[in-house]
Design a protein around this ligand. Sequence first.
Ligand code: ADP
Length: 670
Amino acid sequence: MASLSLKHIYKVYDGGVKAVNDFNMEIEDKEFIVFVGPSGCGKSTTLRMIAGLEEISAGELMIGDEVVNDVEPKDRNIAMVFQNYALYPHMTVRENMEFALKLKKLPQEEIDRQVNEAARILDITQYLDRKPRALSGGQRQRVSLGRAIVRSPKVFLLDEPLSNLDAKLRAQMRTEISKLHDRLQTTFIYVTHDQVEAMTMGTRIVVMKLGYVQQIDTPQNLYNYPGNVFVAGFIGTPQMNFFEATLKKNGDKVEITFANNRKLTVPAKNFIKAKSKYFDGETTVIMGIRPEDIHIDESFVMENPDTVIETEVGIVEDLGSESIVYCDLDPESNADLTDTKSRLVIKVDPRTKVYKGDKIKVAFDGGRIHLFDKETENTILPRIPASNEISAKVEHGVLKVLGNDITLPSAISLADGDYELSIPTDAILIDGARGETQEFEDLVEPNNYETKYLNKKAPVCSLRSFAPIAPVAMGEKLDATVVNKELVNKTVLLELDVGGEILFAIAPESVDLEKVQISIDLKRVQFRRGGEVVKEPLAERNNLSAHLISEKAGKKTFNYLLKVEDCNFLSTKTISDKLITASGRKVFSVNLAVDFTPYGVVKAEDGIKASVTNILDYGTEKFAELNINGKTVNMFIPSDLDLNEGDYVTVAVNPYTLGIVDSDRDIRVI
Ligand code: ADP
């Protein structure tokens, strides 16, 4: 039994093939995780890195509480089952199964007990004395499962274990492996390219494409809320129908126009989480609808007149339990039914009698329409919207927004007029949520981190203190009513009514009130006028270039130093270890980029020289805009620091909050 943690995991094969990019996932004990995706997407590579059969190029892998990047496969307490069984042909089934236990030098009595128990679970007791070649494929796969079971591993890894079996046996083994998981109560990670296996077996599924994770979610959520066109098309058979479409908002309805001017009208509240820019009647989006969400039966068609279209039946495939009807949305044209632009696939009850050439009426289920951005192919109906799009007015330095007046701080000085605001969903602070009354200083932990100059043995100084990641005091408070609460995975999304407008916000766990007070973290708001950005939010990360260097500390000892711009900082062990793991001997020549928040840079006695080009006062917090070798860096100004435009200041970065990217290979190391 074990949890697993994969952080920024990369695999770069010799020759530069990036098979896995920035894989991040927390796997809980006893989960059944399935990695799924087309051939070559990096599933097996990821599994093999977990097994220890493939070196991890960068990132951190933990099994339980232990970092196992450098732990030998045999010491990871995992068992792996392969597609090709990997049994010893000259040994009997019993000998194959007891092999690992014999290596462990367990007493024979105990070995027999475990092998017999595993054989009983897998129903192979009668074959224990046979050699593998005298077994069918399904039986051989049971033996290799048995060999894994007797080792009582913390984690079971299965690499396409059923792909050598015929369809019927595969279906049977699928249920058996699920039962085995229930029974063993152990973490399973299962690789397959078969979406049916993924959907039926996984507690959570990782969908991968070309080395990148596309989405990690439960089978139901992947089906109901696919995050992009790829996932939408990959999960579900027959595939989801996709059409280019435009959306026009009319009052509380949205009109969808697609495929030769066909129109559907659906309630605007179905699309409440989408950005308003998509509803101008011009922007092309991709509409998706699953074959099972289009209905042909008379009662549904009668009850949903707003989503009915007429079409002509092309081909009917009767599969017994269901019929797949391929309709032609453009029978006049020469396009045939392989042209997905004019083809509509519908899944119907096989008792519904429709024939080629029939003109039929079908109704879309308006609540199950998916919408994607045409360029990015990402959903425009995210379960947690990234931001709220709100209109506002500025008059004499006062922001009139959401039925309230907010005095704009000096960092945001805007001319009078109408504005559109993007307010990130997590930039809405809710009563008591983010340290409303917590003084910034209370959160600061003293930290004796040292800095030194390069080539100059300056006295080593310890820094005053480092700031936490993001303490924000609440600004002007607005009254809000909680209209709806939705649990999205582990996050509570609030739908708030503020001054008659809807605002999405992330709830702190404590909120179970109907009325709350909110404030807007103004430094994170983007202001636009007539579509043009006039004020960007404060950058959340700063970037500087860096190198790792080593310096002799004693006869045989070295200090690793992180040279950021022209200043050396003593590296932490974590940083140097991770950099060395990622680049080996070449580590000192790798160009690095370090990133950190405005709270991760502080005034120091020794460090990087900077000039203050601007003071950004957001009311509740102040920041200094610094110039460091021509690069702009924002630094949080604690209340006891007096800093003004035109000042020179020496700063250091907090190594504990640093992100580090290998810029040569575009790999995030930390
Ligand atoms: P999957 O299991 O999803 O089919 P793999 O993890 O086997 O995919 O492979 C991912 C990518 O890495 C593919 O492009 C594959 O060609 C490449 N690859 C796999 N093994 C090696 C290797 N030993 N050397 C170089 N490239 C490899």
